[in-house]
Design a protein around this ligand. Structure first.
Ligand SMILES: [Zn+2]
Length: 474
């Protein structure tokens, strides 16, 4: 970076050497006419240019790139399945991403109201060539790795790469990636992809794509088939005496669905939904008296057997239970011991095993991330979750996965951990390049923000010292 100095070029002894010291050079950052944002974009573009110049990629026909771009445009929802590019949206998003100022600076500004502009031409299926810088702008905008662009054929995967999660709440493997194959169809109405996910447990769901966020992986558009595991769990819950609503909640469906399948499976619990329930509530004074007596009886039974569960109490006085169940269910639910025991039993078995399994997967994912070349990534729960396709599970249920949680606590990077990781990497890289290792260079290469620099200087100093002493140790 060049700065103005106080030493004039003319009218001075030109044979005298003046070193560029801080005192001699006015460091006046305000003079910089570019905003940080624009500077960063220029810097990124420079990096991409350097990359493409340094690595000699094989030549490829223009058509090849256009196909790759189209695949990525589909992924971003900027082209539909049939390959029609949503030009207006593309232009708006692109300009929004780079900003007018920056685009003008690299002589690639775009008038989004005009039908003719370089970006439209670049993505269109034609033989026209475009300036490499414009390709690079599009490549970065689409989030494509230059290396992959040349070495990989992109496939449009509206539901990401498998395996995919089973979303059957009744299965032991709920939220685990058990589905290896999916059918993708195209919905002609919405012109969007539709995935059919069928698990070996029989649970089959349809999801409208494409996935925009990790969370979408857990959204069901429609259940095609619940399957035998789900049905037998429904039967089991009904036998335990759980209420219609409780079962619906556990199986993540609405009560009407539970009722429908209960009927199909020949389970008669006298469940009623909706309107019928309300009608029932209109009891006469006569019924009111019976009701109060029944309530009293139920409470007495509980105080007589304070340790018994709802199911056990039901067995002790089935008639009483059934009367309350049919006529006064809300009260019964609110005034009965919870079925905690039973519930915990289910959960304990499921979660313990899942914890173990996830722990190993997470460990593997972490070492994979750490082994990767290039600038280190910050290890976070969500990064690991994304890598494994279980982000939602890790973020929402980590408390149920103690083994995994304990491990994650030791490997997740806080800001400082991550800064030090980058610094170590920067020193290592500079060593590789035989560059002279200076603190300011390390800071810049590691991408440490100005406000953190002071705090880290002594740490870097000791790391550099360590490095010169122990050679490859870093
Ligand atoms: Zn399943």
């Amino acid at each position: 970076m060049l700065y103005d100095s106080k030493v004039p070029i003319k009218g001075f002894n030109k044979h005298e050497f003046k070193a560029a010291t801080v005192k001699e050079c006015k460091v006046n950052r305000n003079k910089n006419t570019y905003s940080d944002d624009v500077l960063e974009k220029l810097y990124n573009l420079a990096l991409d240019i350097q990359y493409i110049l340094e690595y000699r990629f094989n030549n490829k026909p223009t058509k090849c790139f256009k196909e790759q771009y189209l695949t990525k445009l589909k992924e971003h929802g900027l082209a539909n399945i049939t390959g029609r590019i949503k030009q207006k949206e593309l232009l708006e998003n692109f300009v929004d991403y780079y900003g007018d100022k920056f685009l003008k600076l690299v002589q690639s500004d775009i008038d989004i109201h005009s039908n003719y502009n370089w970006l439209t031409e670049l993505v269109r299926n034609n033989k026209k060539t475009s300036h490499p810088i414009r390709h690079l702008l599009l490549i970065r905008f689409l989030g494509i790795s230059i290396h992959d662009l040349f070495n990989q054929k992109f496939e449009y995967e509206p539901f990401g790469q498998g395996p995919w999660s089973c979303l059957n709440p009744a299965a032991d493997h709920y939220l685990q990636n058990t589905i290896k194959d999916i059918d993708i169809k195209y919905s002609a109405d919405s012109k969007s992809p539709q995935g059919i996910f069928k698990c070996a447990c029989g649970f089959t769901y349809v999801r409208n794509g494409p996935d925009r966020t990790i969370e979408d992986k857990y959204k069901i558009s429609r259940v095609k088939q619940y399957g035998c595991v789900w049905e037998s769990k429904l039967k089991h819950f009904a036998e335990l005496g759980l209420s219609l609503r409780e079962i619906a909640r556990k199986l993540k469906v609405d009560p009407a669905t539970v009722n429908k399948y209960a009927a199909k499976l020949g389970i008669d619990k006298g469940w009623k939904t909706g309107k019928k329930d309300i009608k029932k509530k209109k009891v006469s004074i006569f019924d009111e008296n019976i009701k109060n007596n029944k309530r009293k009886e139920w409470l007495q039974l509980q105080s007589k057997y304070p340790n018994k569960s709802k199911t056990e109490l039901r067995k002790l006085n089935k008639g009483l239970y059934m009367w309350l169940y049919r006529n006064d269910r809300q009260w019964l639910d609110a005034n009965s011991p919870n079925c905690k025991e039973v519930e915990n039993n289910f959960n304990r078995i499921d979660w313990e095993e899942r914890d173990k399994e996830i722990y190993y997967k997470v460990k593997k994912a972490v070492s994979k991330i750490e082994e990767k070349d290039g600038k280190p990534k910050r290890i976070t729960v969500s990064l690991i979750g994304s890598e494994l396709g279980i982000k939602s599970l890790l973020e929402k249920h980590l408390d149920k996965l103690p083994m995994t949680k304990k491990y994650l606590d030791t490997v997740v990077d806080d800001i400082r951990d991550y800064q030090i990781k980058r610094i170590k990497w920067a020193i290592k890289e500079m060593k590789k390049e035989n560059e002279e290792i200076k603190i300011w260079k390390v800071l810049r290469k590691a991408g440490i923000r100005n406000d953190y620099r002071e705090n880290l200087k002594s740490k870097i100093f000791s790391l550099i010292k360590e490095h010169t002493k122990r050679g490859e140790q870093l």
